[in-house]
Ligand binder design. Structure first.
Ligand code: CA
Length: 230
């Protein structure tokens, strides 16, 4: 069972979040100020932390930085101000996700689940360095050797191109927004924005597609993002 820590000073919000997360079988604890929250986050093991930005004692900026320095735990930051979210994104504090209040509790639960699944995947990938080959039609990806072949011919990829292609190929038929892909492949400290994703997709297509304007692997879902077709 996953343990979640909510650091939130508004009791009604904290309780609502707790109720919904508990309905989804999470074990939830609440810290009602920044100092208590930081202490709990550092001294105990949680699977995910929901961190409010405006907190008494120590604000969410400081708490996030301090947790990120010492622990590899997903942090979901929440704020009532959209401007603050933009600001913290820019600071690259290392939070995994951001939500603007008010949000629906079910959205919170969905995001929590998505981040836990992502962390689990990362941990598993690190723990088992097995030789993993992905083969989809004429495309062959060797994850361990980080090599790619298209119809038997090897193609050269940059690190990020390879990571992006592999991520999409491992999650076929799932539509990802550019924003999601940027967060997945580039860490928050990276310089760049979602236009980087577009550029990388274009480069990948030039290497793997027979006809880039009629892609057989990475499909553009207009107005949404991309999907790897299988
Ligand atoms: Ca607050």
């Amino acid at each position: 069972m996953s343990r979640i820590l909510i650091i939130e000073d508004e009791e009604a919000i904290a309780d609502l979040e707790k109720d919904y997360l508990e309905l989804s079988d999470f074990t939830v604890e609440i810290a009602s100020d920044g100092i208590e929250g930081e202490k709990k986050a550092l001294s105990e093991d949680y699977d995910l932390i929901v961190l409010d930005l405006m907190l008494p004692g120590k604000d969410g900026f400081e708490v996030c930085r301090s947790i990120r320095d010492k622990k590899n735990v997903p942090i979901l930051m929440v704020s009532a101000k959209k401007d603050d979210i933009d600001k913290i994104r820019g600071l690259g504090l290392g939070a995994d996700d951001y939500m603007t209040k008010p949000f629906s509790p079910s959205e919170l639960v969905a995001r929590v689940k998505a981040h836990l699944a992502r962390y689990e995947r990362l941990v598993n990938t690190n723990a088992k360095p097995e030789n993993k080959i992905i083969e989809i039609r004429g495309l062959k990806i060797d994850k361990t050797a980080r090599r790619v072949w298209v119809d038997g011919e090897e193609k050269q990829f940059t690190t990020k191109e390879f990571d992006l292609l592999t991520f999409l190929a491992e999650n076929p038929n799932h539509v990802y927004t550019k924003d999601e892909l940027f967060r997945e492949i580039w860490d928050m400290e990276s310089i760049g924005d979602i236009a980087t994703v577009t550029v990388h997709i274009k480069k990948i297509r030039e290497k793997i597609e027979f006809d880039s304007s009629n892609p057989q692997y990475i499909e553009t879902i207009w107005g949404v993002g991309y999907r790897f077709k299988i």
